[in-house]
Design a binder for this molecule. Structure first.
Ligand SMILES: O=C(O)c1ccccc1NCC(=O)[C@H](O)[C@H](O)COP(=O)(O)O
Length: 216
């Protein structure tokens, strides 16, 4: 089970979460978010971490130039697109990123409202590495703490890896994994004291439960 802890803003917390064994750390590059962190501040964190982690910049309808510049400045090796980016945009971004760094992981987040929203995932299977399913909220783009209707995801099988996000916490991650069998899970507010301030004991608990459930 691949585990991504999102909304990191503090260096010491990033180092501890990496040590606990997370596969990926997410940095919110969306200036309107309470978890926003600037590229140079991300760079201070990423340069202090081991090379085997996925260091993910989360973007919301940003331009290709902004994404590429942030990847370079911040020392990222993965990009999560959390807005209305099209499959064509993903394809073009992938080729632009290849000029900057080899093998930047591309993740397309979909904020799923209903079954029709879920069908859109099939359009991205061939152009990204991972599809991430998050909850829909009319006012917030991410980090909402809301869960998806997991029943809807029982038969979900895109042609690429997929990760579950949205309202996960140590209290419900085992049930979610058992019900929908994602290849990874992503969490933010469910392991926080306040926006951007992670509760390390909750992170540890979350990871232990997720790993245990996925090995059953
Ligand atoms: O977290 C944010 O503030 C945010 C803002 C704008 C776009 C995306 C954002 N977060 C994306 C994430 O990857 C979160 O981990 C995901 O939405 C799940 O959040 P949560 O329901 O709090 O676990």
């Amino acid at each position: 089970m691949y585990i991504k802890i999102c909304g990191i803003t503090k260096l010491e917390q990033a180092q501890s979460i990496a040590q606990i064994g997370a596969n990926a750390l997410g940095f919110i590059c969306v200036s309107s978010s309470p978890r926003y962190i600037e590229a140079m501040a991300i760079a201070k964190i990423t340069s202090s971490l081991d090379a085997n982690l996925d260091l993910v910049g989360v973007f919301l309808d940003a331009s290709m130039a902004e994404i590429c510049q942030t990847v370079e400045q911040a020392g990222l090796n993965a990009v999560q697109l959390h807005g209305n980016e099209s499959p064509e945009f993903c394809q073009q971004l992938r080729s632009q990123l290849a000029h900057i760094k080899p093998q930047v992981k591309l993740i397309k987040a979909l904020r799923v409202k209903n079954q029709a929203g879920l069908a859109v995932a099939q359009l991205f299977g061939d152009v990204v590495d991972v599809v991430l399913l998050d909850a829909y909220d009319p006012h917030m783009a991410g980090g909402t703490g809301k869960t998806l209707d997991w029943q809807m995801l029982r038969e979900f099988q895109p042609s690429c890896d997929w990760w579950l996000a949205g309202g996960l916490s140590p209290d419900n991650v085992a049930e979610a994994i058992a019900m929908v069998c994602p290849s990874g899970v992503d969490v933010s507010s469910g392991v926080e004291r306040s926006a951007g301030d992670k509760d390390l004991s909750k992170v540890e608990q979350f990871m232990k439960i997720a790993l245990q459930e996925s090995s059953n």
